[in-house]
Design a protein around this ligand. Structure first.
Ligand code: ATP
Ligand code: MG
Length: 408
């Protein structure tokens, strides 16, 4: 029976219709491919629409431009052109077959054979195509059967497919977390374990991108657990902590229990050692973003959180950092209280300024800033008391400073 792509909102974008109309050819294309088909079959939302075509990249550019659509040659040597229309991007890739592979990149030849194009894709569920006009699904390796069974299967021999491109190991665990069911494929996992050494051959950016994508998934616990037991991290993340799998599990359980969003720095910190210098080194080595790098450092600097100090932690950093510190490092019995103390709380500011201290008799100079800092420290320790108390603290601090001058 012919399988039909269910109707979904993304198929009705006018820009997409225009792109498709411009790419009509005699080879049965263009067709939707990859994630858009897979996720629509599962009834999931679709973020990116990939399109496959037998037309050559330069022809794709010509056709798009003739229709007044901006064509960006994103990866023209691999056959990918991005059509930018109505604020959306569509990636259009010419059918390909691999000519040579070396574990890192493939040399490709453009082709007109759909099955050949499907065969070079990684997993059966990622090699589904759909005719935009009729919705007919083209499924050369029973990807829809696997999708129904929630089975992640390499197209062809897992060992060989990994040797062609080692990144597929990380992609395997990412897609496993997203689409896999409880039953595992020991052969595929063994092939990933056997190929893990090859990950060192990949660029750090590619590794970092996949790692980040895995960590950003709603529930990567089982996948990451398998990666740990099969030594997948060892070649590129020797800073993995001995308790990584358990710590990540605890974090994800807390996220779910307390309905907290996924935080990338928290997820990353659950995996690695808590040695701040080692973490700084690994974030730099993997070329992770500065935001993530600084976020990790801030979280590791904070003291162990409890209901008594959590607002002080938030005041010294920011609410997101404080929340992550709770999720990662608070004792089970403290999590709820800490989160409640952060919920809706806005970081206050000290009302006392240097001018007020001078009015109280403090001479201008460096002592003003020092005294202000001492007042702030006590104010934070006392959990941000009101203006009246702040003035009392200021008078005390000014008197202490003045008597120190007198006695000097
Ligand atoms: P996502 O929802 O994560 O974007 P996707 O399936 O669209 O999922 P992409 O990484 O965007 O995944 O890649 C698009 C398609 O290109 C995949 O579905 C797959 O068919 C193919 N592909 C991508 N990377 C590889 C790879 N390293 N080896 C083989 N095929 C790949
Ligand atoms: Mg995609």
């Amino acid at each position: 029976m012919t399988k039909i792509l269910p109707d979904a909102g993304w198929q009705h974008a006018q820009g997409l219709k225009k792109v498709l109309a411009l790419l009509q050819d005699a080879h049965g294309g263009p067709r939707y491919v990859g994630g858009a088909v897979r996720d629509t079959l599962l009834g999931l939302p679709v973020a990116d629409v990939d399109i496959a075509t037998a037309l050559l990249p330069l022809e794709v550019i010509d056709r798009l431009e003739s229709g007044g659509i901006k064509a960006i040659p994103t990866g023209i040597e691999h056959g990918t052109i991005t059509a930018a229309v109505d604020g959306k991007n569509y990636e259009i890739t010419t059918l390909r077959r691999d000519v040579a592979t070396d574990g890192r990149r493939a040399t490709v030849a453009f082709a007109t054979d759909w099955r050949e194009d499907a065969a070079r894709r990684d997993f059966t569920i990622n090699a589904l195509y759909a005719d935009p006009a009729t919705g007919e699904i083209f499924d050369y390796f029973d990807g829809s059967g696997d999708l129904q069974k929630r089975r992640l299967r390499f197209i062809g021999d897992a060992h060989q497919r990994i040797a062609e491109d080692f990144l597929r190991i990380l992609r395997y665990f990412r897609f496993l977390a997203r689409y896999g069911s409880g039953t595992l494929d020991p052969e595929a996992i063994d092939a990933c374990a056997a190929g893990a050494h090859g990950l060192t051959a990949l660029s750090r950016e590619r590794i970092a991108q996949e790692l980040t994508r895995i960590l950003a998934l709603k529930d990567p616990v089982v996948s990451v657990g398998l990666m740990v037991t099969h030594g997948i991290f060892t070649p590129f993340l020797p800073e993995l902590s001995a308790t990584a799998a358990d710590d990540l599990q605890r974090l994800v359980e807390r996220e779910q229990k307390f309905a907290q969003p996924v935080s990338l720095p928290a997820r990353f910190l659950a995996l690695v050692t808590s040695d701040a210098i080692a973490v700084d080194k690994v974030t730099a080595r993997l070329k992770l973003s500065n935001k993530l790098r600084e976020g990790c450092a801030r979280r590791l600097q904070a003291p162990t959180p409890n209901a008594g100090n959590i607002r002080a932690i938030a005041y010294g950093t920011d609410i997101d950092t404080a929340r992550d510190v709770v999720m990662l490092f608070a004792a089970d019995c403290d999590v709820q209280n800490c989160l409640a103390r952060l919920n809706g709380w806005e970081s206050p500011s000290l009302s006392i300024k240097g001018g007020a201290l001078i009015e109280m008799g403090l001479p201008t100079g460096p002592l003003v800033a020092q005294t202000l800092q001492a007042i702030e420290t006590t104010w934070v320790e006392e959990e941000f008391p009101d203006k009246e108390r702040q003035y009392a603290l200021a008078r005390q601090a000014v008197n202490t400073a003045l008597s120190a001058i007198k006695n000097a």
